[in-house]
Design a protein around this ligand. Structure first.
Ligand SMILES: [Zn+2]
Length: 492
């Protein structure tokens, strides 16, 4: 890893993430990005391996990914250049460094950290160590409390400095994708676990459809050791103190556990093939991080300064889940979503709360929606803003036309029932090539819905117009970006 970082200083930055719980061994991470030494305002991905000390395949896969990325970067592979430019990717090949030393020293089945549970000053495989993937806070109390247990949860949530290191980095970067790689010691082989169905969170994850879609796409990008079938994916609602549960709850991240291969320590001859099978999975994650979702800057309307604000998507919200905030330094929020129409609520101390209805998230790339917050210390209500979005102006038919043509358009198609009570000023007008308005077809207040109107090719005085190109322009609401224009041809 060290040599990769030295060879590609424009792509890789290597540093210490934190230190082991018992002996203070450094935990190293590699950051992949253009300008890797600088914190950029880009979506961030976390990939880590070897939470469980003996699951060395996870380290192999992540090291192979780093080498593959650098090789293709060197070859100017456009996809790799795009990921390096658009993302910040944090890779931790070995999280449980101290536990892994125990494995290297010959206790090949060791899983936990090296915490001296009985404080006798001696490392003891019967009594010591904490299972890092039971040490995160969500559901922690449900994990095994017996120190000798192979899945011991630890004396308190985040007791282990390895877990603390992940927590601190995650609060800083607010990963939108976070994957912990394992290999199966006890559970199913070759599977991706996604979250969740938890009664205290209202049952199925509020992002269930998005998570299922991502789990399907991620798992089916990875070939099993048989070289034929793709990985399975499975919802796992258990998860007391699991990393992925915490990441999803805290940051709404796509957070999965990936169990590599069908055994903990695989035959050496198979390792290269297994690593190669995992590259398309990580490629999917990188594409997904740049894909459909919502992001924007929350700023003070008067000063333009970033605002530390709570950002809610009301269609993917549960009051028992952790609150999601903007990154304080930039005011940036990010949320991966499926295409659709959402309600966005932004709340910050000292500002009027804003709720935007009818916000369309498009299917191609991340939709940007910036929010300016107005200072209003004493105001306790919510400013409700109904976006006349989803405006669509279709091509007229027939076209070219002679006697008459029909124009169809849509005003704010909303899945939110409140929107149906609202109305928007709508204007549909025809212009000639010189930009002069020849007639107005609609100038009215309309409810959301799809409308059509037929035009008889006459101007506002009822005079037939001559052959030529005309433009028709739809304007909904009062905002200048709610305008669409199309061209049509009149042939006499
Ligand atoms: Zn594991």
């Amino acid at each position: 890893m060290d040599s990769l970082a030295r060879e590609y200083p424009d792509l890789f930055y290597m540093d210490i993430l934190g230190y082991g719980t018992e002996y203070g061994e450094p935990i190293w991470y590699m950051k992949i990005s253009d300008n890797p030494e600088i914190d950029e305002d880009e979506p961030a991905i976390l990939l880590h391996g070897c939470m469980h000390a003996d699951e060395i395949l996870s380290t192999e896969v992540l090291m192979h990914y780093l080498k593959d990325f650098s090789r293709r970067y060197n070859e100017n592979d456009p996809r790799v250049l795009n990921w390096a430019r658009g993302l910040e990717i944090y890779v931790i090949p070995i999280l449980n460094v101290e536990g892994h030393k125990v494995v290297e020293d010959g206790i090949t089945w060791w899983r936990k950290t090296c915490r001296d549970n009985n404080l006798n000053g001696v490392f003891d495989t019967l009594m010591d160590g904490v299972d890092l993937n039971r040490n995160f806070s969500l559901g922690w109390s449900g994990g095994p409390a017996d120190t000798s247990d192979f899945f011991y949860r630890g004396p308190w949530p985040f007791s282990e400095s390895e877990a603390q290191a992940i927590r601190e980095l995650s609060y800083r970067k607010k990963f939108i994708i976070a994957i912990d790689y394992h290999s199966p010691t006890y559970g199913r082989p070759e599977v991706v676990y996604y979250s969740w169905n938890r009664s205290e969170m209202g049952g199925l994850a509020v992002d269930h459809k998005m998570l299922l879609d991502a789990a399907h796409n991620f798992a089916t990008s990875i070939l099993k050791d048989d070289g034929i079938n793709p990985y399975d994916y499975s919802q796992s609602s258990a998860g007391n103190g699991y990393h992925r549960m915490w990441q999803y709850n805290r940051f709404a991240a796509i957070a999965f556990t990936c169990e590599i291969s069908d055994t903990t320590i695989q035959d050496t001859s198979m390792v290269d093939m297994i690593c190669e099978h995992h590259i398309p999975g990580i490629e999917y994650l990188m594409d997904r991080a740049l894909g459909t979702g919502l992001n924007g800057l929350v700023t003070d309307a008067e000063t333009g300064e970033p605002v530390w604000a709570e950002v809610k998507i009301l269609q993917a919200y549960h009051p028992n889940m952790a609150r999601r905030f903007t990154i304080p330094e930039t005011g940036r929020y990010r949320r991966l979503l499926l295409p659709g129409i959402y309600t966005l609520e932004v709340e910050a101390d000292g500002y009027r709360t804003k709720r935007f209805y009818n916000l369309t998230v498009h299917g191609d790339g991340s939709t940007i929606f910036n929010v300016e917050m107005e200072p209003g210390r004493l105001y306790t209500g919510v400013d409700e803003i109904y976006l006349p979005d989803g405006l669509a102006l279709k091509q007229n038919y027939p076209n070219p036309f002679n006697a008459r043509t029909t124009i169809e358009y849509t005003v704010g198609p909303a899945d939110y029932s409140e929107i149906l009570k609202r109305e928007f000023p709508v204007n549909l007008a025809v212009y000639n090539l010189q930009g002069h308005k020849v007639t107005e077809l609609i100038n009215n207040i309309q409810h959301p819905g799809t409308y059509s109107i037929t035009w008889d090719a006459k101007d506002r005085h009822g005079n037939p117009l001559s052959t030529g190109v005309y433009f028709y322009r739809l304007e909904v609401g009062n905002s200048p970006n709610r305008i669409e224009t199309r061209k049509m041809l009149l042939v006499k």
